[in-house]
Design a protein around this ligand. Structure first.
Ligand code: 5AD
Ligand code: SF4
Length: 361
């Protein structure tokens, strides 16, 4: 058993090595099994559009990057991908996109969500990851049938947030917090997360990130290493970054520590981990993660949805990729949960998912 009772202990475990690291991963995997089982839930990821109104300083599809062509999937393409996920027994999908808030976009998403629900007889779970929106928009999409939403805080340190975003009214830390609050109040299962290994970021920041996620009682977390992209302003700081291997290691430690702090939640093994190490996601599963998001975007569009360089699975066919994942998972005694929504558990006593005493901070 591993005790994490204060921030110093958390920092210690984020940095630990050798035997202690092994024990950390083992304990996190044991908690995963105990609280959420050894099943890995799938979400087929549909990258709906790379058109974005924002200019986050780290992101390859930021509006001011003109070195890529912009696309938006047609209704038919989205429905075909959803059908593919449904027939392939993925259980649920994530629709992700660059951020837009115009009426046409809001309506388009609303209609698509309704159509997917109809098409699958309400069988496919729908998660949205479409950025900051008004409370009304969140409500409309929920009413249309989406029931989970992902909105990363990126970093819980406001001054670091300011360093990695332009200083204007579109990129405001308090707006991000307010949106997370809207989502939770509205009734979504709400996910958030951070980037790991950003320029100017310290291990203490990362410990604070985990405590932040716990404090806001988040249901789901996706966090992954920051990966530089040459057509972004943050690329200028690439010399100051941790080596990739270190960012991967920290990413996996973050997963393990979060599983100990919040044993009942859904934690994703993110694609950015896979970008550093072909087995990065499997390593995260072995350290406590329980969700994977295979890319099911039409292959031709994937190369234009590059948030960072060396994004994996741009060429690979989805069936082949998934077969390989299923095979790799047996190494950590896990298997894919076919045809399940895989909603996060509620942290209450009725389902025995209250975090153990020793993990309370
Ligand atoms: N490296 C890693 N993650 C990134 N994201 C955006 N750009 C990068 C990058 N360069 C992540 C952000 C965003 C999510 C959709 O992708 O955390 O919320
Ligand atoms: Fe747009 Fe999201 Fe990229 Fe920011 S991180 S530029 S909001 S796609």
């Amino acid at each position: 058993m591993i005790r994490i009772t204060d921030k110093q202990e958390l920092i210690h475990y984020l940095n630990c090595t050798g035997e202690e690291e092994e024990k950390l991963f083992q304990y996190a995997a044991q908690l995963r099994k105990q609280y959420v089982g050894n099943k890995v839930y799938l979400r087929g990821l549909i990258e709906f559009s790379n058109i974005c109104r924002k200019n986050c300083l780290y992101c390859g599809i930021r509006q001011e990057n003109s070195a890529l062509s912009r696309y938006e999937l047609s209704d038919q393409e989205v429905l075909t991908a959803a059908q593919y996920a449904w027939q392939g027994k993925y259980g649920s999908i994530v629709i992700q996109s660059g951020e837009r808030t115009d009426r046409a976009f809001v309506l388009r998403i609303e209609t698509l969500v309704k159509k997917i629900k109809q098409l699958t007889n309400n069988g496919l779970g729908i998660t949205l990851s479409l950025g900051e929106q008004s409370a009304e928009t969140y409500r409309r999409w929920l009413d249309a049938g989406a029931h989970r939403y992902l909105l990363r805080i990126e970093t819980s340190n406001e001054s670091l947030y300011k360093k990695i975003h332009p200083n204007d009214s579109l990129h405001v830390f308090s707006t991000r917090l307010k949106c997370l609050e809207y989502l939770q109040k509205c009734g979504y299962k709400t996910g958030s997360g951070v980037m790991i290994g950003l320029p100017f970021q310290t291990t203490e920041d990362l410990a604070d990130d985990l405590l932040f996620l716990k404090n806001i009682h988040i249901d789901m977390v996706g966090m992954g290493p920051y990966l530089e992209h040459e057509s972004t302003p943050l690329y200028a700081y690439r010399q100051s970054l941790l080596p990739l291997s270190e960012r991967l290691r920290l990413g996996i430690h973050m997963v393990a520590c979060l599983r100990i702090l919040m044993p009942h939640i859904n934690i994703a093994a993110t694609t950015a981990l896979q970008a550093i190490d072909p087995l990065g996601r499997e390593k995260a599963i072995a350290a406590g993660a329980n969700v994977m998001m295979p890319n099911i975007t039409p292959i031709n569009n994937r190369r234009n949805y590059k948030l960072y360089q060396n994004k994996p699975c741009i060429e690979e066919s989805t069936e082949a990729a998934l077969r390989q994942v299923a095979e790799n998972l047996t190494a950590c005694q896990c298997s894919i949960a076919w045809n399940e929504w895989g909603d996060p558990l509620k942290a209450d006593k009725s389902n025995n998912s209250t975090p153990p005493e020793e993990a309370m901070i």
